[in-house]
Design a protein around this ligand. Structure first.
Ligand code: ADP
Ligand code: ZN
Ligand code: ZN
Length: 799
């Protein structure tokens, strides 16, 4: 890797090096031509140069600017920030390269307004990865880079803005309360004693211990201490006086996984850790991380949005004597910058974070772990629609290190890669410790009486578990009181005025809520259609079940866990501490309950609305249902006591549901993969989804039709012109298939009509080759500003 500060001549070489390198390593991959700078004439050295800059604007191109007057090219590093005039605004962008030629007439070029960094802020690795993201997801590089750095830096802030006031001792004079000593008073003496134990203190830590600014100023005026500013450094668990936790003795499956994967340290390798819930995947991660740290390297652990609890952090801090930092959506901008800086400085050795933590610079990164790799929250659903798991694999490849994908229910894409030996496959089939796998049972409610939505044998079972002093979990993936409010007299149903969807009735506080656009209105007393008083809530959500459970099990402790009861991290934390006390209770909740939590005293799990996912329009519907069901089921019997799972269903003979119960996840997955192969859906093909939305239904449709026509023309032209490669011709006579345009499953959302078209191919290359000109076409299409459109690569949400 060339260093970044160099005279102009080397800069030119770097420009070319990036171009060649990207082409070389991705020779079989698509790479849009605008990222590859035209070879510059090295022999001609001139004093005139231009800065090629990526700006956070929705345009897929780069912008040339003049440097500040009288600055040499060596003043600018690739990856450093500059402020530039753009229209009437000032924007912050990144220097991508320094060039001697520009396509813009020189008199039209503007000069940058300010250079913000003396050194590059984005390392060459991260820059190249962002370029890859930009090309793979067909998203403007400037916006990708903008996402890659913390908000405060995005806004033009500096690292030093997060420096904190500290004090340091200047003298070693011992403290005494003797008459004549300049230090007087107990408090001052105590303060001075602290400085003798440890010469550096953060101002905040001292004030937290009850010392006042005046006391510090007094010691300072005596020349004993002095103030200074310092960037916060992360602390280890030991310094935080956490009890240290020893590594567990691994069972043979765990040991084999640790042994085999750790042999891959130092090189690129993708390992699937395919372990049933409770099989001790975390222990495998911890021991792999320990080996990484022993080698002086850093580890990055990505977890789903919901799984990042303070318990996770404590567990890591208690295990390692190196600083561990967290990055998640609850951090404020300053905390996020601090974590970013500590990772970038190699002070933090372990970073645990949600999706966007994947962008964090970690100069000595040695291992990446993706926990619950199948989880949908790794895919961003707006703006840059990237999948952090896939990006992490790319990063591991780029930085030559192993990546572990862990899950009890791996995504079919991942399983397919493991079955075809692209990933190594490590199975953990037994639960760690003494825990036994839960017994799962489909309970038919067809023609059966229900008591408040629960089958009678289920009610009896719950009683048994409660009487035995155990905890029961009832799962329904629907919050609120009831999903439908309807009139008995005329059949009217409460629908959202902005969406093709019903409004959910909530009781705490009472209101009607559209979960798709957030529209909220009061609960009508009369039917707005026929003025009847006979309006009724149909179906049930968590609130209603909670209410019913109080009637069914009077006096029992019932806790509801959903987004309405657990709004803050603290509330989450307190609730989990409560549950961990192990008192008998019924937990009723949404998928918030399902993911990753370890509740040793839950012995029974009831799944109430298994059926809703069975007939989904999404081709991933069954896969997602099975994953969620097994995650929920996995909460049962994780401790010493065995667990059982009851699934209430109208379709007890549903073949795939039975396959899941009899053959487990892998049995079902094999069946689903066969189905996908048969109809050539991912992972047997590659997909992009073009979405358009507009308040004018016709416009949303029209743009889709234009896109379709464009692709067809493009294919005809290239096909006839023989511009496709021989392998594409041999592999496939129709390199790209179009399905649609058709209305989205929910056609109208938030007042806009939505259309979509699936663009599919058997070869990733062929797909991306057509997407590039398509994006260009759409960007320049007349009237495109009137609609919203996006291109979703490897979409996982088809709604
Ligand atoms: P998973 O992530 O696979 O669902 P966890 O990592 O949460 O499972 O482990 C489940 C429980 O088993 C935890 O309480 C953990 O401490 C315990 N455990 C893991 N490995 C071992 C082991 N080798 N010996 C004993 N207990 C273990
Ligand atoms: Zn009515
Ligand atoms: Zn709505």
């Amino acid at each position: 890797m060339p260093t970044q500060r160099f005279p102009i001549k080397k800069t030119l070489m770097l420009t070319i090096w990036i171009a060649n390198d990207t082409r070389g390593k991705n020779s079989n991959k698509h790479f849009p031509s605008d990222f590859i700078h035209k070879p510059c004439k090295l022999a001609v050295m001139t004093d005139t140069y231009y800065l090629r800059i990526a700006l956070p604007v929705p345009l897929r191109r780069q912008f040339d600017y003049l440097p500040l007057a009288n600055t040499a090219a060596s003043h600018y590093e690739v990856g450093s920030r500059v402020r530039v005039p753009f229209g009437r605004q000032q924007l912050i962008g990144f220097v991508l390269s320094i060039v001697t030629e520009t396509d813009v007439p020189v008199d039209k070029l503007k000069s940058i307004s300010e250079s913000l960094d003396a050194k590059s802020l984005v390392s060459p690795h991260i820059l190249e990865l962002c370029q890859w993201l930009s090309s793979y997801y067909h998203h403007p590089l400037g916006e990708v880079l903008d996402l890659a750095i913390p908000v405060l830096l995005r806004k033009g802030g500096q690292i030093n803005d997060i420096a904190e006031p500290h004090w340091r001792a200047l003298s070693t004079e011992s403290a005494s309360s003797d008459a004549g000593s300049p230090i007087n008073g107990k408090k001052q003496l105590a303060l001075w004693q602290l400085f003798q134990q440890q010469p550096h203190w953060r101002h905040k830590d001292l004030t937290q211990q009850g010392f006042a600014k005046a006391q510090l100023d007094r010691l300072s005026s005596l020349g004993l201490i002095e103030p200074y500013q310092q960037l916060p450094v992360p602390h280890c668990g030991v310094a935080l006086s956490l009890k240290t936790e020893q590594a567990l003795t691994l069972n043979s499956e765990q040991a084999s996984a640790v042994d085999k994967i750790s042999k891959q340290l130092g090189k690129f390798h993708v390992a699937l850790l395919d372990g049933v819930t409770g099989s001790g995947k975390t222990e495998v991660y911890l021991q792999l991380i320990a080996k990484t740290i022993e080698q002086g390297q850093q580890a990055l652990v990505l977890v789903p949005e919901i799984g990042l609890t303070p318990q996770t952090l404590r567990r890591f801090q208690a295990r390692f004597d190196v600083p561990v930092v967290m990055m998640h959506s609850n951090l404020n901008d300053k905390e996020r910058l601090i974590a970013w800086h500590q990772c970038n400085q190699n002070q933090a050795k372990i970073l645990i974070g949600t999706r966007s933590a994947i962008f964090t610079p970690l100069p000595s990164l040695g291992l990446i772990i993706i926990d619950e790799e199948h989880d949908g929250s790794f895919k961003q659903q707006d703006g840059l629609r990237y999948n952090a798991r896939d990006f992490a694999i790319k990063r591991a490849h780029k930085e030559s290190l192993p990546i572990v994908l862990g899950s009890a229910t791996p995504a079919l894409e991942t399983l397919h890669n493991a079955y075809s030996h692209r990933y190594s496959h490590h199975k953990l089939t037994i639960r760690a410790g003494n825990a036994k796998p839960p017994k799962m049972k489909l309970h038919s409610i067809l023609h059966q009486p229900l008591e408040f939505g629960l089958a009678l044998p289920v009610v009896d079972k719950i009683k048994q578990h409660l009487n035995a002093g155990q905890q029961v979990m009832i799962f329904i993936n629907r919050r609120g009181f009831a999903p439908t409010l309807a009139c008995r007299d005329c059949g009217w149903m409460a629908e959202c005025i902005r969406c093709d969807a019903r409004m959910t009735m909530h009781q705490y506080p009472p209101h009607m809520h559209c979960h798709h656009c957030d529209n909220q209105v009061g609960i009508p007393r009369l039917c707005p259609n026929c003025n009847s008083l006979q309006i009724e809530a149909l179906g049930q959500g968590t609130e209603r079940i909670e209410e019913n459970l109080h009637k069914l099990f009077p006096g029992s402790d019932i806790k509801r866990v959903d987004r309405d009861t657990v709004r803050t991290k603290d509330a989450f934390d307190n609730l989990f501490d409560e549950i961990h006390k192990g008192e008998p209770c019924i937990l009723v909740g949404t998928q918030m309950l399902a993911k990753g939590h370890h509740f040793p005293d839950v012995t029974m799990v009831v799944i109430l609305d298994a059926d809703s996912g069975l007939f989904s329009a999404d081709f991933r519907g069954m896969e997602k249902t099975a994953q969620l069901m097994l995650q929920v089921a996995g909460r049962a019997g994780r401790g010493e006591k065995p667990g059982e799972v009851w699934i209430q269903t109208l379709y007890a003979d549903h073949p795939q549901l039975n396959l899941l119960l009899e053959g487990g996840y892998h049995g079902l997955a094999a069946n689903l993969l066969q189905e996908r192969k048969h109809i050539q859906l991912p992972p047997y093909s590659y997909m992009a989804l073009l979405r358009t939305e507009c308040s004018d239904k016709h416009l949303a449709e029209q743009v889709q039709n234009q896109a379709r026509e464009f692709i067809q023309n493009w294919l005809n032209q290239y096909w006839q012109g023989n511009l496709l490669s021989l392998s594409e011709v041999q592999a496939d006579t129709t390199p790209v298939t179009l399905i649609g345009p058709f209305p989205a499953p929910m056609e109208r959302r938030n007042g806009r009509f939505r259309q979509q078209m699936q663009i599919m191919s058997h070869q990733r290359n062929s797909l991306h080759r057509v997407l590039d000109p398509l994006v260009h076409f759409l960007e320049n299409l007349k009237g495109i500003q009137k609609i919203r459109w996006n291109l979703d690569i490897d979409p996982i949400d088809m709604s």
